[in-house]
Design a protein around this ligand. Structure first.
Ligand code: ACO
Length: 439
């Protein structure tokens, strides 16, 4: 797919000291316009300063659109609510990767080509054996996904579109297998091979929970819930992990190494690690009567404690994924007949209290997608340490679509931010016998 160059529609005028320059302003299909600062340094000698990228668009993209004020999330133009209700993960994966919803034949062919790649090289198993049994599965994933680049040499030439595509299919297909292996290794059970007649979500559940000793029946409520969670997590424009992948990929690194970098960025509790942190927080709170104490702590500026699963950098009215998942969450707890599980009850009460609290209302801190996915995973008996791994499985299709888009973009350059240097000014080297210790 060729990317269309942005059109200049307006100009912003910037004056600094004796210079006045015109900067082009571009508008995309939707969302705020952007000020093109590429010539700023050349023309004024200045850099921009925007830690946390609060006002910076790092690229142009055709994949995902978010309007944080209105709570809108579109994949290739389609609203997330409709995709979550009517589609399935394989169809959404196709949509993100190719740009349009597939015909029946295109979807069947896509599923077949994914299924061709679900197995991992048998020697990958030796990587798992090198990890401690109590290793966090995200640590294992960072290692083994990066290690895939040492196995699939025929899909490492990033200049070849066919190889890029094979690498994308391999990553999407192998992530559930690798994720389930990380779990099985942690509990000392044999690895379970994928079954290609199962759906993507069913396979994930099957490889995690079945054993060779007994037939295993996949709970359809779990499979539906997981498929929906996979759809909702599949992409989210230029978040921390996706930006990490674009930055790593901009240097020409291979796709397996780039996705490993994205997994590392996702792991943090301010990003994908929040779903695990939600459960950690609920366990720390312990009982409903302690909720007020923790709400107080979350409001206290001198206390680092935050309500995990609340707030979002972009969504300031509500997170549309959370709205979908909130409903699923309540339905699933009902269907599974586990509404009275103490941790889940605590979660629902925390949600109720926080949503009615002035501090959270005023700061627009709503439960985000991680809050509800954490609760649903808990209801499905998925071990807490696997929560973020499942997020990574879902996000792989978004990551690799964004990576492919970047590599194919003729405007692509190595990402190389600048800085505001505030360290020591120039000084001459002092021989060791002449140095004085600083306090
Ligand atoms: N609990 C209590 N207060 C909070 C929370 C929270 N979860 N989140 C933000 N605030 C407060 C901050 O203290 C700050 O208050 P102030 O204006 O008085 O200083 C204000 O709200 C704004 O917070 P920032 O940290 O500046 O907002 P930012 O956009 O940088 O952070 C983030 C967003 C990281 C998601 C934050 O809300 C947070 O830490 N949430 C908890 C972790 C979490 O759930 N992360 C998952 C994000 S979704 C995802 O990755 C899929």
């Amino acid at each position: 797919m060729t990317m269309v160059a942005p059109k200049t529609q307006h100009v912003a005028r910037l004056s600094y000291q004796d210079k006045t320059i015109d900067l082009p302003v571009y508008f995309g299909t939707d969302g705020p316009g952007v000020l093109d600062l590429q010539e700023l340094h050349k023309k004024t000698g200045l850099f921009t300063f925007d830690p946390g990228f609060m006002s910076t668009a790092s690229c142009k993209s055709e994949i995902t659109f978010i309007d944080g004020e209105k709570g809108i999330l579109l994949y290739r133009g389609y609203p997330i609510e409709q995709l979550a209700e009517k589609s399935d993960f394989m169809e959404v994966a196709y949509l993100l990767l190719y740009g349009d919803l597939p015909s029946k034949k295109q979807k069947d062919d896509f599923v077949l080509s994914i299924n061709k790649h679900t197995l991992v090289h048998e020697q990958v198993i030796s990587f798992y054996r090198g990890f401690r049994r109590d290793a966090h599965p995200m640590a294992v994933m960072v290692g083994v996904v990066g290690a895939l680049s040492s196995f699939y040499h025929d899909s490492l030439d990033i200049q070849d579109p066919a190889q890029r595509h094979i690498a994308a299919l391999r990553l999407i297909a192998k992530m559930p297998t690798l994720a389930a292996m990380a779990y099985k290794y942690s509990i000392g059970q044999p690895f379970v091979y994928p079954q290609n007649h199962l759906s993507y979500a069913q396979n994930m559940i099957y490889m995690m929970f079945s054993t060779p000793t007994a037939p295993y029946e996949i709970n359809p409520i779990w499979a539906k819930a997981l498929d929906r969670i996979l759809i909702l997590h599949a992409d989210h424009e230029q978040n921390a992990s996706t930006s990490t992948i674009r930055l790593a990929g901009s240097s020409g690194a291979n796709p397996f190494a780039c996705i490993a970098a994205g997994i590392a960025a996702l792991w943090g509790p301010a990003h994908g690690g929040a779903n695990e942190a939600v459960l950690g927080m609920l366990e720390e709170i312990g009982s409903i009567d302690r909720i007020p104490e923790f709400i107080q702590r979350a409001k206290d500026k001198n206390d680092p404690f935050r309500l995990m699963g609340f707030g979002h950098r972009v969504y300031k009215s509500y997170d549309p994924r959370a709205t979908v998942l909130r409903q699923s969450c309540h339905e699933i707890l009902e269907e599974l007949g586990i509404k009275d599980n103490p941790i889940l009850q605590l979660a629902l009460e925390l949600e109720r209290v926080a949503l009615a609290d002035e501090y959270f209302i005023e700061k627009k801190l709503y439960p985000n997608v991680d809050f509800y996915s954490g609760i649903i995973f808990k209801a499905m008996n998925i071990p807490v340490s696997m929560f973020t791994v499942l997020f990574a499985v879902a996000r792989t299709v978004g990551w690799i679509s964004q990576w492919k888009e970047m590599i194919a973009d003729p405007m692509q350059k190595i990402g190389r931010p600048r800085q505001l240097y505030v360290g020591k000014p120039y000084r001459d080297y002092i021989p060791i016998d002449k140095r004085q210790e600083e306090n």
